[in-house]
Design a protein around this ligand. Structure first.
Ligand SMILES: [Zn+2]
Length: 242
């Protein structure tokens, strides 16, 4: 292999690690955001169920009050009914009492349905609370590792960055520039192997002439399709079949 190519391959290995570490570092805040969103969602579900239960309790209490008022009203009517000597008034009170009793029955029916809702809501709350607890525990675990992972990644990147200048030593300036341009534009794969006459960068077939030129190891060979720098595999048989 061309000595320059060999050096570039070592450099590429280092650059790929720097790239991977950098991408992993960039993904960490997104991971944290997604955790925060999950926590908020779980809390929201719980809050909604709790708010509805408070509403129900309030309404049930109010209905108790309504019934009490109606019962007092009925008692007053009954007293007045006993005191009156007029037949029409007596009948009128009878009617008022019946109306009040009907209203009490309606309120009691409404109470019953609210109590049923409260019961099913209590089950929902238990489920929501359990889901919330599980979610918090899961996310807590992830979050607790984030700082440590970040520290490790930063440390690793620092080591690689410090190592890099040693690897570029002795590589001709124009080779290095060409490599660096490719590494950037081809997202971390500037130098690729030819395998079975195929460029492993773009996965297109290369010409026999390219294979031979790469094999000759006299100069840097590029893929005519994607422009990546190529190095040859050692498989003679493939070449002979051409
Ligand atoms: Zn290619």
């Amino acid at each position: 292999m061309l000595p320059a190519l060999e050096k570039l391959l070592v450099l590429q290995h280092c650059d790929q690690q720097i790239r991977d570490v950098t991408l992993a570092l960039e993904a960490l805040p997104r991971e944290k955001e997604s955790c925060d969103r999950d926590v908020a969602r779980a809390a929201q579900r719980l809050d909604a169920a709790q708010a509805r239960r408070r509403e129900l309790e309030k309404e049930l209490k109010k209905l108790d009050g309504d019934i009490l008022v109606k019962k007092e009203q009925i008692n007053r009517y009954k007293t007045q009914q006993l005191e009156t000597r007029k037949n029409e008034e007596y009948t009128a009170f009878l009617h008022e009492i019946a109306v009040a009793q009907k209203m009490i029955a309606e309120v009691e029916e409404r109470q019953l349905s609210l109590m049923e809702e409260t019961e099913s809501l209590t089950q929902d709350l238990e489920t929501a609370q359990a889901a919330h607890d599980v979610e918090l525990k899961r996310i807590g675990k992830i979050l607790s590792t984030l700082d440590g992972r970040r520290e490790n990644l930063l440390k690793r990147r620092e080591e690689l960055v410090q190592e890099r200048p040693r690897l570029t030593g002795g590589i001709e300036e124009d080779f290095l520039e060409r490599y660096e341009r490719l590494f950037k534009s081809k997202e971390g794969s500037a130098i690729v192997q030819i395998e079975n006459n195929v460029c492993m960068g773009c996965h297109m077939k290369v010409t026999t002439q390219t294979v031979l030129a790469a094999r000759a190891e006299k100069e840097m060979i590029s893929c005519s399709q994607c422009g990546r720098i190529l190095y040859n595999d050692e498989d003679d048989l493939v070449l002979q079949r051409e």
